[in-house]
Design a protein around this ligand. Structure first.
Ligand code: NAD
Length: 360
C-alpha cells in the first residue's frame, strides 16, 4: 500500500521523537511491502519563526491532501520563549486549535495501558496494578460546555455567570459510531459515561448511544455515571475497554486515566474525523527542558504511529508488530531517563527508536 503522511515535527523535543517514529514506520514499510510518502510541514513555534503565524493555509491544505498526520509537539518554554509575548491568536497553541478545527477532528482517542514492565510507576495499590489495565478513552472534542454560549452579567443586582452545555443528536451519533468502530478493533466493550440522572444533554446522549449500539451486536454496552466512573478508574481500571464521553467529562477522566499509568512519555493519542483520517501525536508536550539533548522518550510518538497504522490505514498486523516491539524492548530492560529504574539500561531517544525498529 502507498500512504501519504503529513509530518509536523513541531517544537522542542518534537523533531527528535518524530524522527524515531519515522524510523519505525520505515521499518514497517520495508518489512510489509508498503510505501509511506512523507510531506514535512511547519506548525506552532517553528511556523511562527518561518512565516509569522503558527498555522498557514498551505499546512492545512497539505494535511487535507494526506491520508493522516503524524505530529510531535508544539510550543516552547512559556516563561522565556518570545512566542509567548505574541497575542494569544498568534501563539504556538493557536496552531493546534486551528488545525483540529480545520480538519474537523471531533473524536480524541487516548489509550491508557499499564505496561507490566513499568507497573512500579503506577500510583495505585499493588493489588490493583498487578491486574494491569488497557483502556481507551474517547472524548468528544468540539462540542459541549467548552463550546457553548457563555456570559457573565448582573441579573437582578447579582453577578451571574452562565455556561451552556449543548449537544445535538448528530454530534452524539458520530462520536458513538466512532467508539463502537474502535471497540470492534479492541475487546468489544463500550462504557458510555454521562450524568443522565441530572442532565438533559446526558439523557439524549444515552438515548442516541443505545440506538447506535443496535448496529453493533457484537459489542457489549454499559452506561456509567461520571462520578462513579471517576471512582471505578482508580478502584478497578481493568474493567474498561473503550470509554466514550462528552468533552468536559472526557477532559477530566482522560487526565485521571493517564495519571494512573504513571508515565506520560508512554501515552499516544489520536484525533479523528468521520472518515479514517486522523492526527496522531503523543499526549505530552514539547518538553523544552530536555529538547535537543537526546533525552526524550520517543515511545508515545511511536505508539501514536501504531495507532495511525491501525485506525487510519487498517494495517492491524503492522500496528500489532510495533506495539509488540515496544514491549520487547521494555522486556530487554532498555529505558529512557523518564522511565529509568534500577537494573535497567539507560538509552537516549535515537537508540530507543533504533531498538524498537530492530525488533520489528
Ligand atoms: P511537557 O509535557 O512538555 O513536560 C512536562 C514534563 O514531562 C517535563 O519535565 C518534560 O521533560 C517531561 N516530558 C514530557 N514529554 C516527555 C518525553 N517524551 N520524554 C521524556 N520526558 C518528557 O509539559 P509542559 O512543560 O507543561 O509544556 C511545555 C510546552 O509544551 C508548552 O509550550 C505547552 O504549551 C506545550 N504543550 C504542547 C502540547 C501539544 O503539542 N499537544 C501538549 C501539552 C503541552
Amino acid at each position: 500500500m502507498i500512504k501519504k503522511i503529513a509530518v509536523i515535527k513541531g517544537d522542542g523535543i518534537g523533531p527528535e521523537i518524530v524522527t524515531e517514529a519515522m524510523k519505525v514506520l520505515d521499518k514497517v514499510a520495508e518489512k510489509y511491502g508498503h510505501r509511506f510518502d512523507y510531506t514535512q510541514l511547519l506548525m506552532g513555534g517553528a511556523s511562527i519563526d518561518a512565516n509569522g503565524v503558527p498555522l498557514t493555509d498551505e499546512t492545512i491544505a497539505a494535511c487535507k491532501a494526506s491520508d493522516a498526520v503524524l505530529m510531535g509537539s508544539i510550543g516552547g518554554d512559556t516563561n522565556t520563549s518570545p512566542w509567548y509575548k505574541l497575542p494569544a491568536n498568534l501563539r504556538p497553541e493557536a496552531g493546534l486549535l486551528g488545525i483540529r478545527k480545520a480538519l474537523g477532528l471531533f473524536a480524541n482517542l487516548r489509550p491508557c495501558l499499564l505496561y507490566k514492565q513499568l507497573a512500579g510507576a503506577c500510583p495505585l495499590k499493588e493489588s490493583i496494578a498487578a491486574k494491569g489495565f488497557d483502556m481507551l478513552i474517547m472524548r468528544e472534542l468540539t462540542g459541549g460546555l467548552y463550546f457553548g454560549e457563555r456570559k457573565t452579567e448582573e441579573i437582578n443586582g447579582v453577578m451571574t455567570a452562565i455556561d451552556t452545555l449543548t449537544y445535538t443528536e448528530a454530534e452524539i451519533r458520530r462520536i458513538a459510531v466512532k467508539a463502537f468502530e474502535v471497540a470492534m478493533k479492541r475487546r468489544k466493550k463500550v462504557t458510555s459515561v454521562d450524568k443522565a440522572n441530572v442532565l438533559d444533554s446526558s439523557r439524549l446522549w444515552r438515548k442516541v448511544v443505545n440506538e447506535v449500539a443496535k448496529e453493533y451486536p457484537e459489542v457489549t454496552l454499559e452506561h456509567m455515571l461520571v462520578d462513579n466512573s471517576a471512582m471505578q478508574l482508580v478502584k478497578d481500571p481493568a474493567q474498561f475497554d473503550v470509554m466514550v464521553t462528552e468533552n468536559m467529562f472526557g477532559d477530566i477522566l482522560s487526565d485521571e486515566a493517564s495519571m494512573i499509568t504513571g508515565s506520560i512519555g508512554m501515552l499516544p493519542s489520536a484525533s479523528m474525523n468521520e472518515t479514517k483520517f486522523g492526527l496522531y501525536e503523543p499526549s505530552g508536550g514539547s518538553a523544552p527542558d530536555i529538547a535537543g539533548q537526546d533525552k526524550a522518550n520517543p515511545i508515545a510518538t511511536i505508539l501514536s504511529a501504531a495507532m495511525m497504522l491501525r485506525y487510519s490505514f487498517d494495517m492491524t498486523d503492522e500496528a500489532d508488530a510495533v506495539e509488540t516491539a515496544v514491549e520487547a524492548v521494555l522486556d530487554q530492560g532498555y529505558r529512557t531517563g523518564d522511565i529509568m529504574s534500577e537494573g535497567c539500561t539507560k538509552v537516549g531517544c535515537a537508540e530507543m527508536g533504533s531498538l524498537i525498529a530492530a525488533n520489528i
